[in-house]
Design a binder for this molecule. Sequence first.
Ligand SMILES: *[C@@H]1O[C@H](CO)[C@@H](O)[C@H](O)[C@H]1NC(C)=O
Ligand SMILES: *[C@@H]1O[C@H](CO)[C@@H](O)[C@H](O)[C@H]1NC(C)=O
Ligand SMILES: *[C@@H]1O[C@H](CO)[C@@H](O)[C@H](O)[C@H]1NC(C)=O
Ligand SMILES: *[C@@H]1O[C@H](CO)[C@@H](O)[C@H](O)[C@H]1NC(C)=O
Length: 187
Amino acid sequence: MKFALISVLLAGFLVAAFGGIRTRHTNIKCETRDPSYAEVPVCRLNVLGRGIIGANVHIKVSQLPIRKVSINFSVFQKLSGYHPFLFNVTVDLCHYMKHPNPYNVFHYFYGAMLPFINVNHTCPINVSHDIILKDFVLNDQMFSRVAGPKGNYMFKIKIISEGVWRGTIYSYMDVNAEDNTRIIPSG
Ligand SMILES: *[C@@H]1O[C@H](CO)[C@@H](O)[C@H](O)[C@H]1NC(C)=O
Ligand SMILES: *[C@@H]1O[C@H](CO)[C@@H](O)[C@H](O)[C@H]1NC(C)=O
Ligand SMILES: *[C@@H]1O[C@H](CO)[C@@H](O)[C@H](O)[C@H]1NC(C)=O
Ligand SMILES: *[C@@H]1O[C@H](CO)[C@@H](O)[C@H](O)[C@H]1NC(C)=O
């Protein structure tokens, strides 16, 4: 409820504040807390074209099916170091996939990512293949609704399944990026 209100207010404010928005990934890092549960063989950015950068993540889960997934999603803005920025939400992903809620701030990110993920059905998740995010390009539209002012941001995405924190994805991006932005090579 609180976030519904915040996102609606922000949407109005931000649509007014931004004209031509340019956003892109600058780095991505994936950490797994228990490789015997899940591994991340691929976690990198690919340059798809001039100024077009896709995020690629493959997750190999060893214990299936997955019946419960939630994520703790928080956003940081880079000033001198990364500082919490507005959003810090917990989303029950299984519930969310059944009942998408356009008033939740998470909706924009989820909606933008959905076409690039090979698992987009409701729980339980019981796939024999990796869960793959392929060439996910940030879409300016999602920032026209929910992002803050021009700058560098980090999304911290903690993944919790069956009640256990399994890993964290750190996704870094520029909003209103200049043309000469470079990708930081990820390890
Ligand atoms: C987000 O909220 C949780 C508690 O609800 C807190 O433990 C955590 O430190 C917060 N994270 C940020 C980045 O503010
Ligand atoms: C769900 O994923 C499939 C590929 O596995 C894709 O073809 C389809 O467009 C996706 N659905 C949505 C709503 O994004
Ligand atoms: C998950 O899939 C495996 C093999 O594909 C199958 O043996 C198992 O019964 C499935 N489990 C559930 C809960 O659907
Ligand atoms: C995720 O957020 C919830 C609610 O704030 C909190 O109870 C839980 O401890 C957090 N989990 C992790 C792994 O940070």
